[in-house]
Design a protein around this ligand. Structure first.
Ligand SMILES: NC(=O)c1ccc[n+]([C@@H]2O[C@H](COP(=O)([O-])OP(=O)(O)OC[C@H]3O[C@@H](n4cnc5c(N)ncnc54)[C@H](OP(=O)(O)O)[C@@H]3O)[C@@H](O)[C@H]2O)c1
Length: 316
């Protein structure tokens, strides 16, 4: 495994991180059972992954609980990131709401620490911008939490450049968590250059486009989880079919290089300038093992050019 410092922090994170959304299960995902989920966490540790990302909303607390239970005896060896700012009334998607008020965040951190069985998290991130709460109020809450020693560093997720600029006027944020993969490259326009300029670490989410970049799905796939409902992109009919066409071409390059399509997609991502780490979601130890093979090699220049041509539809 390789490690990189996250923005202006002293956190040295593995360039593949463990994304704990999937193991949270319902209402978003189905899992392969608690044993497979816990074993995937332990497998991650054994391949050198030290960075674990979760959120209260993943399985309505279950992802944090399982991570806490599994990593309890390894607490000093791992970097744990969780989030705030999404609340729910009932355990169903329709009752989810954004709330990054001071009152809510101060409540949320204690609930997360309890579920994670720890006194502190290494990184505390605002999950989604809450347009109805001033950024000054959100930052005030996060800084209080940091001062109290409950979070070592503050980060944000799904923020625009303007939102990050404003946040930085109140205190240090060390990271942004955006969606970024071969199939979702919007952040390359302004967000990535800005984060490079001010040294905000980039923690990419959905690096496999929530599974599409593994190459195992095709035009006939019927997803039984959130992907069948397209909650956060990639899975509307037209977008999905275009992704599948591109992934079929990308898979040929992976095969030529003796890699899996997922390994190629992760490798491409972690070598983009400004990227600190890619949070890969997994269902079992085998997927962790395979994905760890994305580290330690580089895509030849000629293949990089072909990949860009495929992604920009010059070769389809
Ligand atoms: N901040 C945010 O708003 C936000 C939003 C989304 C995600 N995230 C973070 O990013 C993490 C990853 O995102 P993600 O779960 O959307 O997507 P992802 O990492 O792009 O894809 C994960 C899915 O791909 C499949 N997969 C992974 N490795 C595989 C392998 N080697 N072979 C075959 N299938 C494999 C698994 O699902 P199947 O086997 O079912 O296909 C897995 O659940 C999350 O866990 C979370 O920590 C953050």
């Amino acid at each position: 495994m390789e490690y990189r410092v996250l923005g202006k922090s002293d956190l040295s994170v593995s360039i593949i991180g463990y994304g704990a959304w999937g193991i949270g299960g319902a209402p978003f995902w189905t899992t392969e059972g608690e044993e497979n989920s816990a074993n995937s966490i332990l497998k991650a540790l054994s391949v050198g992954i030290n960075f674990f990302d979760t959120a209260p909303v993943y399985g309505f607390g279950y992802s944090e609980e399982l991570l806490g239970k599994t990593l309890r005896k390894k607490r000093e060896d791992v970097i744990i990131a969780t989030k705030c700012g999404l609340r729910w009334e009932r355990e169903d998607l329709s009752s989810l709401r954004k709330e990054a008020t001071q009152k809510s965040i101060l409540f949320e951190i204690d609930a997360s620490l309890k579920r994670l069985q720890t006194d502190y998290v290494d990184l505390y991130q605002v999950h989604w911008p809450d347009e109805s709460t001033p950024i000054s109020e959100t930052m005030e809450a996060l800084l209080k939490i940091q001062k109290a020693g409950k979070a070592r560093y503050i980060g944000v997720s799904n923020y625009t450049v303007e939102m990050m600029k404003e946040s930085l006027t109140y205190g240090q944020i060390v990271s942004l968590q955006p969606m970024y993969s071969m199939l979702e490259r919007d952040i390359e326009q302004t967000i990535l250059p800005y984060c490079r300029e001010v040294d905000i670490g980039i923690i990419c989410y959905s690096p496999l486009a929530s599974g599409v970049l593994t190459g195992k799905y095709d035009e006939n796939t019927k997803f039984k989880d959130w992907r069948g409902k397209d909650i956060i992109g990639h899975f509307t009919d037209d977008v999905y079919l275009s992704h599948v066409r591109k992934v079929k071409e990308i898979a040929k390059i992976a095969k030529k290089l003796g890699k899996t399509t997922a390994q190629l997609a992760i490798n491409w991502l972690i070598h983009q300038s400004g990227v600190t780490t890619a949070l890969v979601g997994v269902k079992n130890p085998g997927q962790v093992e395979q994905n760890s093979g994305a580290v330690g090699w580089k895509i030849p220049d000629e293949d990089l050019n072909t990949i860009i041509n495929i992604l920009e539809e010059r070769r389809l």
